[in-house]
Design a protein around this ligand. Structure first.
Ligand code: ACO
Length: 426
């Protein structure tokens, strides 16, 4: 493009190399800024910064599109399985039939016979937050697999990837059973990935009928739509923790913790709570919008707004289009869905939201589908975590194999007390 970039600081000047992307924003390489000019940058919320180039997924916030390894989500949704999409993220291309069959079989081997999980979960009170329990369970896995704690050997990473892809859904399924008061069950080796999770999470007993393929397909679709999203908060947490040399297990546990917050994945739980509250107070949408706009009120429109999207979130578009049809097909019409649609229309017509370009994000409609499939609200963010897991694993692998990778260690503009002397203050 021929542009050059320079920073002038007093009478000193620094030329900044530009890093060209394949799509989207160009990068300004400021790595010589401090050594040459003696200053650092401040960028609250990293809104203008990238620590690392990445090739996993691409979010075009202006146009409202998302692609995984180059494929738009609209092309993948309903055409590939979640596990095929996971392979695509991890290994850059869609798998061949033998590759995906072997992957499924390798994961299946770890997914069964994990007796420690029941003992582990027994130590948690029934009221434990499912995301906290899940993160703790992943750390317990690290304890069970000390052989991976220091190793980033490619073969060890590949095995750890399979263990995590197998064990996190099993752990999540057992957490779900406890929430629903269901007794113990064994994960079935003969079922494919998403069906196995579905069955382990919701079946009344080992001998219950297999899950309805249409319901499994809905969950599979949701998981594909959540699989990756650029340098989001939880993927960045995985990379940050991993950059210090922490194991892949510890890094994924950090990702789960980061996802749990209501401004990130926790929003999917909060949306239904918000809608129920609006409904119970008479369904007054104008009042809800008024509160969301009031800076002195902490209330925000949950499931609305996004750091990157300044247009419709394409995931929300697909989920919204699917929700009404799936709910009526499953005979589970949800009165809150109409309220959500009315709230969306009112917000989009409101000057406050239009001016700030705030649109529904992935969390606005997903809860309707999770609920129709039989999952309790407390589990929604755990379901998001299972979907995002291949993205986290892909980011960890990308981070660990980057020859230019360094420990994430931000600088600081210190604004605290200047040096004091104890002898003068006593
Ligand atoms: N309701 C009301 N106002 C909002 C909302 C909202 N949901 N989201 C943003 N705004 C306002 C902000 O108050 C700000 O107003 P101002 O310019 O007058 O100060 C403006 O829009 C810009 O918002 P920021 O705070 O700069 O947005 P940021 O990029 O920091 O945060 C976030 C993005 C966290 C998603 C925010 O929009 C939000 O809190 N949304 C609700 C929670 C949510 O749905 N999170 C899920 C996101 S998707 C995901 O992580 C999976």
């Amino acid at each position: 493009m021929g542009d050059d970039a320079r920073i002038l600081l007093g009478d000193r000047e620094l030329e900044l190399p530009l890093i060209e992307p394949t799509r989207g924003d160009r990068g300004l390489d400021i790595s010589r800024l401090r050594s040459e000019l003696g200053v650092i940058t401040v960028d609250r919320g990293f809104a203008n910064s990238s620590e690392n180039p990445s090739a996993v997924s691409y979010v075009d916030g202006e146009n409202g599109t998302l692609s995984y390894r180059g494929y738009p989500i609209e092309e993948l949704a309903g055409r590939v399985s979640f596990l095929e999409a996971a392979w695509l993220l991890l290994y850059e291309n869609l798998p061949s039939r033998p590759e995906i069959d072997r992957f499924e079989e390798e994961i299946g081997r770890y997914a069964i016979d994990r007796p420690y999980m029941d003992d582990f979960l027994d130590t948690f009170p029934a009221t434990s937050d499912p995301m906290a329990t899940l993160a703790a369970g992943v750390l317990a896995l690290a304890g069970l697999h000390p052989e991976f704690s220091q190793s980033s050997r490619p073969e060890a990473v590949e095995e750890a990837v399979r263990i995590l892809l197998a064990d996190i859904p099993t752990l999540a399924a057992l957490i779900n059973r406890r929430l629903l008061g269901l007794g113990p069950i064994r994960a079935r080796e003969d079922l494919p990935y998403t069906s196995r999770f579905f069955h382990t999470a919701l079946a009344g007993s080992d001998s219950s009928p297999l899950p309805d393929p249409e319901e499994v397909a809905v969950l599979d679709l949701l998981q594909i739509l959540h699989i990756d999203h650029g340098q989001n908060c939880s993927s960045s947490a995985v990379r940050l923790v991993g950059s210090g040399g922490a194991s892949i297990f510890s890094s994924i546990a950090a990702g789960i913790s980061a996802l749990s917050g209501p401004l990130h994945g926790g929003a999917n739980r909060a949306v239904l709570g918000m809608l129920e509250e609006i409904q119970s107070e008479g369904g007054d949408i104008e009042k809800a919008l008024h509160r969301a706009k009031d800076r002195s009120d902490p209330f925000r429109l949950m499931g609305f707004g996004h750091r990157v999207y300044r247009n419709f979130d394409p995931r929300a578009r697909i989920i919204k289009a699917t929700a009404g049809e799936v709910l009526s097909r499953l005979g589970k019409d949800d009165p809150l869905l109409q309220l959500a649609k009315d709230l969306e229309s009112a917000a989009l017509a409101d000057e406050y939201f239009a001016k700030r370009r705030l649109y529904p994000n992935v969390d606005f409609y997903s809860g309707f589908l999770y609920r129709a499939l039989g999952f309790p609200t407390e589990m929604f963010t755990v379901l998001f975590a299972i979907g995002r897991l291949p993205g986290w694993l892909s980011h960890w692998r990308e981070m660990a194999s980057d020859p230019k990778g360094r420990i994430f260690r931000p600088r600081q503009v210190y604004v605290g007390r200047t040096e004091r002397k104890l002898s003068e203050d006593l």
